[in-house]
Write a protein that binds this ligand. Structure first.
Ligand code: HEC
Length: 116
C-alpha cells in the first residue's frame, strides 16, 4: 500500500516535469518565430538560410555559448567577417539582442540547446 503511494507520486511528479519541459520548449520555439530568428535560420526544414541551420545546434554548442551568441554575437564572430560554420561560409551579420529580457533569452537558449 505504502509503496503504491510512493510510486504514484513519482509518476505524478514525472508527468508534471514532462509538461513543464514541453511548455518551456514551445515558448522557446514560438520566440524563435516572434523574435525574427526564423528569417535567417532554419529549424527542421523551416526558415531562412542567411545564417546556419540550427536544427542540431544543441549537439555542439553549450547553453552559455548560445546565450552569448544571441545577446552579443560579436563576442564569437567578428561582425562583417566571413566565417565557416558546419563547413559552410557565412557573412557574420547576426544582429545583437542586447536588450532582450532574460526570461526570453533563457527560454530561447534552452530551446536551442535542446536541439541535438
Ligand atoms: C539577419 C540574420 C540573422 C538573424 C535575424 C539571426 N541570426 Fe543567428 N546567425 C546569423 C549568422 C549570419 C550567423 C553566423 C555568425 C554570426 O553572424 O555571428 C548566426 C549564428 C547563430 C548561431 C550560432 C550557430 C552555430 O552553429 O554556431 C546561433 C545559435 C544563432 N545564430 C541564433 C539566433 C537566434 C536565437 C536568433 C533570434 C533571436 C538569431 N540567431 C537571429 C544570422 C542571423
Amino acid at each position: 500500500m505504502r509503496m503504491k503511494k510512493v510510486i504514484s507520486s513519482l509518476l505524478i511528479a514525472s508527468a508534471l516535469t514532462f509538461s513543464a519541459t514541453t511548455v518551456f520548449a514551445s515558448a522557446g520555439s514560438s520566440l524563435f518565430n516572434s523574435e525574427g530568428c526564423i528569417a535567417c535560420h532554419t529549424i527542421n526544414g523551416q526558415g531562412g538560410s542567411v545564417g546556419p541551420n540550427l536544427s542540431h545546434v544543441g549537439g555542439k554548442r553549450s547553453l552559455s555559448w548560445i546565450k552569448t551568441q544571441i545577446a552579443n554575437p560579436g563576442a564569437h564572430f567578428a561582425s562583417g567577417s566571413s566565417v565557416t560554420i558546419n563547413g559552410k561560409p557565412y557573412m557574420a551579420i547576426m544582429p545583437a539582442h542586447k536588450h532582450m529580457p532574460a526570461s526570453k533569452l533563457n527560454a530561447l537558449a534552452d530551446y536551442l540547446e535542446s536541439l541535438k
